[in-house]
Design a protein around this ligand. Structure first.
Ligand code: 7PM
Length: 286
């Protein structure tokens, strides 16, 4: 393994955005009432304040979601999703100096979000919906390709793998090749094993344990473990008591080559990753 792969480069460039590595992606929830006026005014709102706090706490990127990608979430129309996220992205771009990622699978939302200033597309369906790959090719922004087995509504019913690490690795390799072949710049692609997306607790732990194999595919690796149910299954903690477990999993992921971690608790994770990074940079090379 190369020195830079083992110790981690300290900068991560994705097209025109440059991030410290490891970087923390802060999760911003945009509920319909984030903008009480439907987005016509730009007065500070809960979402904007939250984003400002995450930026001040050291978030390298802010992930804006219209909630349609959440497992089990109700289907939201493309226009509804656009109406929800575009005002938030515009307000963020005007007030927060941190790149914005759009959590969507819908091509129309990708286009509207990038027009509003988003510089990354985070798609849990890895650009598989009709028109999504074409939209990403046209937009030429960073894209996160995530692995998922099944569909959000039913994926946790009976997930099965013969070899979870091998199958996720193969999927991501193939999908990166297809996306680059279609015209997405190779320097724009980020990959993600999709922790919790059609995976049992054992599958998720096996993926985390062997994350180095995914980091070795080549593109930068993003992972989202924050507050997820696997952490609850192991600790017995409810979702609002999983901070220690989330930080531990984030550190373990970074130690195994993850360059971006998607989290709710930005300040706490940034501190933890500063320690992880200092220790990793001080490790003797062979
Ligand atoms: C319920 C279950 C609500 C799961 C929300 C979630 C990821 C993501 C999500 C991830 C990337 C959450 C998830 N997870 N995007 N979007 N990677 N790239 O915990 O792991 O936020 S939604």
């Amino acid at each position: 393994m190369s020195d830079s792969a083992r110790h981690g480069k300290s900068k991560l460039r994705l097209g025109h955005i440059e991030l410290d590595s490891p970087a923390v992606m802060g999760i911003l929830n945009t509920t319909p009432d984030s903008f009480s006026d439907g987005g016509r005014f730009t007065a500070p709102t809960a979402a904007l304040l939250h984003a400002e706090q995450m930026a001040a706490a050291g978030a390298g990127i802010i992930d804006v979601g219209g909630e349609s990608t959440r497992p089990g979430a109700a289907e939201v129309s493309e226009q509804e999703e656009i109406d929800r996220v575009v005002p938030v992205i515009e307000a963020l771009r005007a007030t927060v100096d941190v790149p914005v990622s759009i959590d969507t699978s819908k091509p129309g939302v990708m286009r509207a979000a990038v027009a509003a200033g988003a510089s990354m597309i985070n798609d849990v369906r890895a650009l598989t919906l009709d028109g999504a790959l074409q939209a990403a090719v046209e937009l030429q922004q960073a894209v996160c390709l995530m692995h998922m087995q099944g569909q959000p509504g039913t994926m946790q019913h009976n997930p099965h793998y013969d070899n979870v690490v091998g199958e996720v690795t193969q999927f991501l390799r193939d999908r990166v090749a297809q996306c680059v072949q279609a015209g997405i710049g190779a320097d724009l692609v980020v990959i993600d094993p999709g922790f919790g997306f059609g995976k049992s607790t054992e599958d998720n732990i096996e993926l985390l344990a062997n994350l180095r194999q995914l980091a070795d595919i080549g593109p930068p690796l993003l992972i989202g473990v924050s507050r997820k149910s696997t952490l609850g299954a192991i600790t017995g903690r409810e979702v609002d008591r999983r901070l220690s477990a989330s930080i531990t999993a984030a550190v373990l992921a970074v130690q195994r080559g993850a360059q971006i971690v998607r989290v709710h608790d930005v300040a706490e994770t940034v501190d933890a990753l500063r320690i992880a990074k200092a220790v990793m940079q001080s490790e003797y090379s062979e």
